[in-house]
Design a protein around this ligand. Structure first.
Ligand SMILES: [Zn+2]
Length: 196
């Protein structure tokens, strides 16, 4: 089976990192896009089917127009290792179709909910010619609702070339996004998309 599992993507000599936002689209998406736009930074957004509805259509269109990339984060956000091969197939296919309905784009990136997967997941993703995108820096933003400044430290203390940074579309993440980007830039890192 070909290696279709990515945790980091070093560039040897360059300092490049990748921002990824899980569990959207949320009500914070538009504000996140505005900040990224201000810095001309492109990012990956891993969407769940259950959060995509017509009220988010404008934000999704904006995201694509700005040049960001939508990835598959499953339809209902289950633990994949507790699902059968067929159930995993259905979760990923349903969300691929859903993303296609909204965007007319085919997504090649899958991020398993909770980073949890097994051999069946690898087989499904391989059959669909997709890649699993994990992460090398966990910002733990989802649990730092009351201490958002710690999100910045969690990222900065672990920064390395090729880092895939895990963030979520939460209020606390939005509240520190601008200083987080500023601090990463100050350390002379730049931002990129995974397929470039
Ligand atoms: Zn998630």
């Amino acid at each position: 089976m070909k290696n279709n599992l990515i945790r980091r993507k070093p560039h040897y000599g360059q300092k490049i990192v990748y921002l990824t936002f899980d569990d959207g689209p949320s009500s914070h998406l538009k504000a996140i896009l505005n900040i990224l736009n201000f810095y001309n930074i492109k990012a990956h957004f891993f969407f769940c089917g259950i959060y995509m509805d017509d009220s988010k259509s404008n934000d999704i269109a904006q995201l694509l127009a700005d040049g960001h990339i939508i990835g598959n984060h499953s339809y209902t956000h289950p633990h994949f290792s507790s699902l059968s091969y067929i159930e995993q197939c259905n979760e990923i296919n349903l969300q691929n179709n859903n993303i296609h309905n909204y965007t007319h784009h085919k997504t090649k990136f899958f991020r398993p909910p909770f980073g949890c997967f097994n051999d069946n997941t690898l087989r499904v993703v391989n059959n669909l010619n997709m890649e699993i995108i994990l992460w090398s820096i966990d910002s733990r933003d989802w649990e730092l609702e009351h201490e958002p400044e710690k999100i910045i430290n969690n990222v900065l203390n672990n920064l390395h070339d090729g880092a895939i940074i895990l963030l979520h579309e939460t209020e606390q993440t939005l509240s520190i996004l601008q200083p987080l980007i500023e601090s990463i830039l100050k350390k002379r890192y730049s931002f990129a998309l995974l397929n470039y």
